[in-house]
Ligand binder design. Sequence first.
Ligand code: FAD
Length: 526
Amino acid sequence: MQNGGHLQPKQSLRVGVIGAGAAGLVTARELLREGHRPTVFEQGTRVGGVWVYTDKVEEPHGDVGQAGAVDERVHSSMYANLRTNLPREVMSYTDFPFTQSWGDPRRFCGHAEVEAYLEAFAAAFDLEKHIRFNTPVLRVTPCKDNCRPSTSASSAADAGQNGHSYGENASGSAASDVAVGMSQNGLQNGGNAGRPEEEEKLPWPRWRVTTTPDQDQGDPTTSGEEVFDAVVVCNGHYSHPRRPELPGAAGFPGRLLHSHSYRHNRPFAGLNVVVVGASASGEDISREIALVAKKVYLCARSWQNPAWASETAAPFRPRGNIWRRGVPSRLHPDGGVSFEGGERVDDVDVVMLATGYRYTFPFLADARIGDAPIVIVDDNRVSPLYQHIFPPAAAPTLSFVGLPWKVVPFAQYELQAKWIVRVLSGRVSLPSQRHMLADISAFYASLDKEGVPKRHTHMLGDKQWEYNDWLADACGPDVPRLPLWRPLMYKIAGDTKRAFPETYRDEWHETALIAEAAAEARTLGA
Ligand code: FAD
């Protein structure tokens, strides 16, 4: 079959997807469209990921979390009153408009509305039958030898039958110059279609996915281990708090919390609260807390930003009890907090860290090719990854969707997924491992040169649109670039938010772009 200059056989692979949030859902949809066979593993009971609000928290405080079990991991970081910081139109996937309302018609809607949108997406593409709920993935490892994909949901990892093994370039011994695409490796028709002589040459790993901690306690109809031709990791990265060390924290008598455990402002009534981190959550939470707290100090490295000079000198709205400060330089045993810049405040009851989240892939801890781990996370850089997606040593059968941040996520996830599924089917090739590694090194060098800290490796911001165009182009001519109304709407939302942080959600005056989004929705039949 010829496609965009590539002569490739089309292949249908059995693909494990980890997570049924916005990334996992669209990945499953794209896999199905390309003729692959996805199985989505979801540790929770519903689709939606972070948008599935829960009262439970890992750090109980005030009346929050006291009733729920607190000794379990809580995935969601949503708080009760959260409203989106983007207009719903721009949050949509490309062909499933977010114009309809499920009870909250506001343009910047609440979390339940986004969850309803994702549920509707799953229903529209009949995805639920491919999802296994209550099924945390515990371990993903490359099959060193003798493994073939399981053929049904209930089949065990039927390793050991057909004797194929890695080729050279997956062993990690040397980067190959051969372009990476499934057509290179003889993996066809699910990878075990009775062509053992080709499978002998298979250079790309398959993956053993383990979901049951103890075989004895597992559901007797499954062994808890299955083998997949490929795995796509969509486990989200707004769930595991990043907690920078604060000098003096051990002796500080007040509460130290992370915004992951913030649900509502009631526990903060009458208190003095220091909120560390002034990105989206820090700004929103500090305003919400200030409605009931005595005083709030909103701290950020960028506190000397000229735009905030007046807010540093004097309190600002909504109740005139929020001040901007530098990041805390020390917490004191008497309840005081000193800030960068030398100032100190006394009687602080709570320090709330709105300092973001960590990438973590515990299920990949044992995933090595040769002696090397497939990816490492160092200071929130997940490396090495080609285009934030493919680890060269394991490409294309291991990939990641949804790592970039400061982006408009859903449509970008969709483009990432479209590229992955085309590479898996052989319609599109990746460059050689050597090329991918060189590209990654050049990317890291460019970040160093620009002075971008390592922990911002996956922060795209304004570069997201160029990245999205790159992905669309990589997919081939059947995938158009995102229309211009999307970046324009994103920019206007950002500008308005900066200018009117308290009211921007309810005062959207730009109608031409909304009309354009609506017209596009109509052409899609919504
Ligand atoms: P998630 O939604 O986190 O989904 C990951 C899924 O993987 C979860 O269902 C989880 O249970 C599952 N999972 C994880 N590990 C395993 C495992 N080992 N085994 C099985 N399942 C597993 N985006 C916007 O567009 N607009 C906004 O206004 C906005 N506001 C936000 C506000 C907050 C407070 C937060 C935290 C995020 C916000 N986002 C917003 C970003 C949001 O995270 C993305 O929109 C998107 O929903 C992330 O989707 P995801 O699928 O990558 O991750």
